[in-house]
Design a protein. Structure first.
Length: 300
């Protein structure tokens, strides 16, 4: 991947905003022409089989991601790896199936066999990697390299975001953006795909700008259009034209507009200012971090 190079210190916020507006208008105008390259299909992150949560059901992997973790285990499982849960940490919970075995007779052969019956679920306590101390885990090194290599990841860290990964192969979701008062703000990626990363980062910028609409207000359309259009714009601004996946971006936005009986061109133009503000905030923050002393750049 091409590295992201910040513009010179003389660049101003106005210049960033103008560049964002130009990119955004170009994307809107060329959506339906279909003459822009579509990025290759995402490559799902493959996890080693010996990590317990990577074998869990999609529902439990989602619970783990929503808790802000990409690796979670029981207290004893962490102990077996040479790590221990830090004092004062509180568990989160997943759904553990409760099963019992009954004898059934095969109608064809007359043989009896054991059959496992699902009776229900119970809550099982788990702790995330960040809640533990102890020996380093080899599998974390590759994940750290992936996260640290994401363009503009320093922007997310400076905003106090936790960035993690989860096994996207088990379900349809490719990424998650979570924000609440108790658990903070986090991004979780299930695919090695820059358009997904940019989408979630724009959600975070939209939130910081005070524009992200809560689900309670039933305005998912505006949030998703801003994130998708903003993510494509952002990647074009920093030189990742192919990864911007403009064809996929158009289909994504079209899908949400159709679901909400809205016209795509009108929605894009109505949200243009909000898109530009989110992308400009990311670029402005990146520029500030690039010229700031390293000691001032905080990592969550």
């Amino acid at each position: 991947m091409k590295p992201y190079h910040s513009e010179s210190a003389e660049s101003t916020a106005a210049r960033n905003k103008s560049r964002v507006e130009n990119c955004t208008r170009a994307i809107v105008q060329r959506f339906e022409r279909g003459d822009l390259p579509t990025a290759l299909a995402p490559v799902f992150i493959r996890r080693k089989a010996d990590v317990p949560c990577r074998k869990w059901s999609w529902r439990n992997q989602l619970l783990t991601a929503l808790a802000g973790f990409d690796d979670a285990r029981t207290y004893l499982q962490w102990k077996e790896t040479g790590r221990h849960v830090k004092a004062g940490e509180h568990a989160f919970y997943i759904l553990e199936p409760c099963r019992y075995t009954v004898k059934e007779t095969d109608g064809d052969t007359g043989e009896e066999k054991d059959v496992s019956i699902l009776r229900g679920f119970k809550a099982g306590a788990r702790f995330g990697y960040e809640q533990t101390d102890g020996q380093a885990l080899p599998e974390r090194e590759a994940e750290s390299r992936f996260i640290d290599g994401l363009p503009l990841v320093s922007v997310a860290f400076s905003w106090g975001l936790r960035v993690g990964t989860f096994n996207g192969e088990a379900g349809r979701s490719q990424g998650w953006f979570r924000h609440d008062g108790e658990r903070g703000v986090a991004i979780a990626l299930g695919v090695e795909n820059l358009s997904t990363w940019a989408h979630e980062l724009v959600h975070a910028a939209d939130l910081r700008n005070g524009k992200l609409v809560t689900k309670a207000e039933r305005q998912e359309l505006s949030n998703e259009v801003v994130a998708e259009l903003g993510g494509a714009t952002l990647l074009r601004c920093i030189g990742y034209e192919s990864e911007a996946d403009l064809g996929g971006c158009f289909e994504y936005v079209k899908h949400y507009c159709e679901r909400n009986d809205a016209k795509i061109d009108r929605v894009c133009m109505q949200l243009l200012d909000r898109v530009c503000e989110a992308v400009a905030l990311i670029l402005d923050t990146a520029e500030t971090l690039a010229i700031a002393p390293a000691a001032q750049v905080g990592v969550a």
